[in-house]
Write a protein that binds this ligand. Structure first.
Ligand code: CO
Length: 134
């Protein structure tokens, strides 16, 4: 079911400060900020050789990551995204094992234009998992 790590997402309170840390302190290549209103976030991609890091800042208080930042005011790892070949098959298999898929359980179009699902962290060792069909 799992392929490569597509990205690791880190929720941050102040996006331009977080981006500057990756660019200036860590010497990484970063993208311009992109607003994704349908996901409630602005994102900067840190482009690495083998994967990417997504720095996520909430667009407003209704953002899905706003509550996470309330619990983790300095930011923190929010989710890990693994690639999968057939998201529908993966979702069916996971549901059959009793794993909980967030939302209505069906794949949604994610930040990169591909279908994604999110799996409940309580079923996966406290880690929010995103599966993305690639
Ligand atoms: Co993601």
């Amino acid at each position: 079911m799992l392929g490569r790590v597509n990205h690791i997402a880190i929720a941050v309170p102040i996006l331009n400060e977080a981006a500057a840390i990756y660019r200036d302190t860590l010497g990484a290549r970063i993208s311009q900020p992109q607003s994704l209103p349908e996901h409630g976030v602005t994102v900067v991609f840190v482009e690495l050789e083998n994967t990417k890091i997504e720095l996520l800042e909430p667009l407003d208080d209704t953002s899905p990551i706003a509550a996470f930042l309330e619990r983790n005011p300095s930011g923190g790892i929010h989710h890990i995204c693994y690639e999968t070949r057939d998201i529908t098959a993966a979702a069916e298999k996971l549901k059959a094992t009793g794993a909980r898929i967030l939302g209505d359980g069906s794949p949604k179009i994610g930040a990169h234009g591909n279908p994604v699902i999110f799996l409940h962290p309580k079923d996966f060792n406290g880690t929010l998992i995103e599966l993305e069909e690639v």
